[in-house]
Write a protein that binds this ligand. Structure first.
Ligand code: PEP
Ligand code: MG
Length: 850
């Protein structure tokens, strides 16, 4: 059921503590006017400070004559009353000084009232200060802070304002509860989370809908949910009705906030998201000057292989168009559905079990099945009705702008085929000769298992995408796969020996015997190199000319530390701490942070662990921070800017890092530095905390160089800091003004662009002349050509994901500093990324041979 929603969530306002104090439930305020909730919902704060500040950005609409209370109006009309103390109207204003004017506009934290605490207490009045939503004006209040100590600026509650989506929209009586939730899933609302939401919704009795931007989907329909096309960060409105509306809402909100079965904690892009831009880049750049017979596609599952091409043909299904009568056709449909559903249960490893569960959810989708049954009732055969509905579903998914969601269309096409085969009693499973490279216009997830069992060597498809379920399954089965090879794939002849490269996303045919011999040797060498790299992973890294290069690991969660150490990490070059701060209602406590940082530091023993302070912002919102949506979150309040705006949050993190390190040296790194004043503020904060804690052990303070300003200001930063680490991911996006999250920009986002190299060169010069540690923790560190150039420019530490370390270390061991410098000079002198890469590669490969 797709219809229009009752309302859209248009704003979320955080209402913060106006002062330091103890937060109490409003029901405990010693005045029935407040405790009964008659004046509105909210909380009370037992004041510990004499200054009351604005809890949100708003207009001052009323100041009580007795100066003890102020009413603020938010955009949209909601009004908040800040009432200083209980029964304080009787004090006739004596203890209060008003610091704003009526009709003035205030920002969060602006002073409102100064209160003489002693005078209030002497007068026998309570200092419990209600902060109450007296005029909801279409808003819904959600308490954020529980009881306990708060400081001014801590979030107390959130107001979600609702606005009628159109002039004639009337509230839908069916829904009595509603709230909004930000979708945390990196791949959006795809099949698996949709299925999880649909099955949770099925447990409740009333109507439940999920709405996005004016469109609403029945929450019990996984397909309708998928068709919303909700991508990561989308603000969904959940609406529920019936006797259990509130419980259903709470259950669904929590399910969605926790990823609905998807891994959402790690901030590192998942392997699939990373594959997409990199692969698109390769697709765009491969053809020019590439060997004859090379077809460029998109890498979907890693590995390379040489084998005979085998065209997989599907027999056309002969469907019966005539209905045998409604009852017979419905019966056949239902039996086939349960047969297919039962067959899908057989997935045993984790990923295929999840995919099977998503497929089962599609088969159990009440809306979808209703549609098919309706067609059957109108006279279609079961087969024709099924085919029509499933191809419509697939077509509407393919039309979605988000590629990852569009790739879910294959799941529908797959189920369409599988059910049709059952309906017509044709049990054909695909097969291919062992060792072959299977070529197909497209393949479905259900094809993978029989093909893997047949022992195929690789898969090449004309269409498809790297995040499809088929690609996930192929990667899990260790079968190299390249997708989106397009029409040129038809040039490959059946049986001809073909080279499939799932690392670069290419397929090469028309190979001479000599080409084949070279490729076999290359593949063998790669296998041997891979093994050698693994065998030497635990050794420190020295260039062939003897210079030490530190190879560190980037971590995005605690669990990464173990893998990093076993992969030979010589330290941690970047601990992304965001995982601790996101997807939760309150910030992590200092103790929780201490425990986590300590666990990571302990894992690394004597080796350095660089902990980056939180890098969140409007693009990665934290529920407990009053962050407004921003037009350009990448250019807004993120990284150090956010830390300095919410100093208590940053201070708690710094305290936790120092405590976790204890007597050991610790390394603190700030993200998104763009000015020296930010560094100065951070240094002051650190010094204050160190003296507060009497912390005497070594603390190295560093900054990420990921804004053009920080690279240009590197000499000034070096004066103030102990180390710099270049974040090439952001540096590239900001220098080239190309959004790193936009796959269309992937072609541009090459850190080997000479413009970026110039900035890295400037940074390196500053680091060298002031003898500061200089590292790179962006993904350029793991790009072998770029890594050599970075070393040539003077970078002494490279930090990459754990899985990339053994080969990176081995690669560095094959280089001399002179060759790296020569490659760097050539790249710097180039005019384009392609030229820079080619020039550097030319020098480096001649080095390894010579
Ligand atoms: C970078 O920007 O290069 C970096 C390492 O930081 P992140 O990817 O976490 O933004
Ligand atoms: Mg960054």
């Amino acid at each position: 059921m797709v219809g229009s929603p009752t309302s859209d969530v248009v704003h979320r306002h955080a209402i913060c503590a106006p002062s330091r104090g103890w937060v109490l439930p409003l029901s405990e305020a010693p005045d029935p006017a407040f405790s009964s909730g008659a004046l509105g919902k909210g909380v009370a704060i037992e004041l510990l400070d004499d200054l009351l500040c604005a809890p949100c950005a708003a207009k001052v609409v009323a100041i009580a004559k007795a100066r003890h209370a102020i009413t603020l109006e938010l955009p949209g009309g909601a009004q908040i009353l800040v009432h200083c103390g209980i029964d304080t109207v009787a004090l006739n204003g004596a203890p209060f000084t008003i610091m704003v004017e009526e009709e003035s506009q205030v920002s969060v934290g602006d002073p409102l009232i100064r209160v003489d605490l002693e005078a209030v207490t002497r007068a026998g009045k309570s200092l419990a200060t209600p902060v109450v939503l007296i005029e909801p004006a279409n808003t819904r209040l959600e308490i954020v802070s529980g009881e306990g100590l708060c400081v001014a600026g801590d979030p107390l509650f959130t107001l979600r304002s609702m606005k009628a989506s159109s002039a004639d929209a009337r509230p839908d009586e069916a829904y009595s509860a509603q709230c909004s939730v930000v979708l945390p899933n990196p791949h959006g609302l795809h099949a698996r989370p949709s299925a999880a939401i649909a099955s949770e919704a099925a447990r409740w009795s009333g109507p439940i809908a999920v709405a996005l931007e004016g469109r609403s989907a029945n929450a019990r329909s996984a397909t309708a949910l998928m068709k919303l096309g909700a991508t990561h960060g989308a603000e969904l409105t959940i609406q529920s009705g019936g006797v259990d509306a509130e419980q259903a809402l709470a259950a669904l909100t929590s399910l969605i906030e926790n990823g609905a079965g998807d891994e959402i904690n790690s901030l590192q892009l998942s392997q699939f998201t990373e594959t997409l831009p990199a692969a698109l880049e390769r697709k765009a750049s491969a053809p020019e000057g590439s060997p004859q017979g090379m077809i460029s596609g998109v890498a979907a599952a890693p590995g390379q292989i040489l084998g005979p091409a085998y065209y997989l043909q599907r027999a056309k299904l002969q469907l019966s168009e005539t209905s045998q009568g409604k009852d017979i056709e419905l019966e056949r449909l239902r039996t086939s559905l349960s047969q297919l559903s039962a067959h899908l249960q057989s997935g045993n490893d984790n990923i295929s079990a999840k995919i099977s569960a998503a497929h089962r959810a599609i088969l159990n989708d009440p809306v979808l099945i209703d549609n098919v049954e309706k067609r059957v009732s109108e006279g279609s055969s079961a087969a024709m009705a099924w085919q029509a509905v499933m191809s419509e579903e697939a077509a509407s998914l393919r039309a979605l702008p988000d590629q990852r969601l569009a790739e879910r269309a294959d799941d529908f096409a797959d189920l369409e085929q599988q059910l049709l085969r059952i309906l017509i009693g044709q049990k054909i499973e695909v097969t291919a000769p062992p060792g072959s490279i299977v070529i197909a216009s497209d393949l479905y997830p259900s094809d993978l298992q029989p093909l893997a069992e047949a022992g195929i060597a690789g898969i090449a498809t004309m269409g498809g995408g790297p995040t499809s379920h088929l690609a996930i399954l192929a990667a899990a089965a260790g079968i190299p796969m390249v997708v989106a090879l397009g029409k040129p794939l038809c040039q490959v002849e059946e049986g001809e020996t073909t080279h499939l490269n799932g690392d670069t996303g290419t397929l090469r045919h028309g190979l001479t015997t000599q080409d084949q011999a070279m490729l076999i040797e290359e593949i063998e060498q790669r296998r041997a190199a891979h093994k050698l790299a693994g065998d030497h992973a635990d050794k420190d890294t020295y260039l062939a000319s003897g210079e030490r290069i530190e190879v560190f690991a980037n971590l995005g969660r605690v669990a990464d530390a173990e893998e990093a150490v076993t992969s030979g990490a010589e330290g941690c070059g970047l601990l992304r701490t965001e995982f601790l701060f996101l997807d939760r209602a309150t910030p992590p406590s200092e103790d929780e942070q201490v425990a986590i940082y300590r666990e990571v530091i302990d894992k690394f023993g004597e080796r350095p662990v660089i902990i980056r302070t939180l890098d969140i912002g409007a693009d990665k919102p934290a529920a407990y921070l009053p962050l407004e949506a921003e037009e350009n979150p990448a250019l807004g309040v993120r990284g150090i800017r956010l830390g300095l705006l919410y100093p208590e949050l940053l201070k708690a993190q710094i305290r936790a890092i120092l405590k976790a390190a204890g007597e050991r040296a610790c390394y603190i790194m700030a993200p998104m530095i763009a000015s020296v004043s930010e560094v100065d503020a951070l240094r002051r904060m650190l010094d204050e905390i160190r003296s507060e804690l009497s912390h005497a052990a070594t603390v190295k303070l560093g900054a990420m160089v990921e804004t053009p300003a920080s690279a240009l200001l590197a000499p000034a930063l070096c004066k103030r800091l102990d180390f710099l680490s270049i974040g090439t991911n952001d540096l590239t996006q900001y220098v080239l003004a190309a959004d790193r999250m936009n796959p269309e920009m992937a072609v541009m986002l090459d850190p080997m662009n000479p413009a970026i190299l110039q900035l890295i060169n400037m940074t390196a010069k500053a680091g060298i002349s002031s003898n500061r540690m200089l590292g790179v923790c962006g993904s350029a560190a793991a790009d072998h050509t770029a890594a050599a150039v970075l070393v040539g420019l003077g970078v002494g530490e490279l930090s990459a994901n754990a899985a990339q370390l053994p080969e990176l270390k081995q690669h560095l061991r094959s280089l001399t500093l002179d060759k790296c410098r020569e490659a760097a000079r050539a790249a710097l002198a180039s005019e384009t990324s392609v030229q820079a890469r080619e020039a550097a590669m030319h020098i480096l490969t001649s080095a390894s041979k010579g």
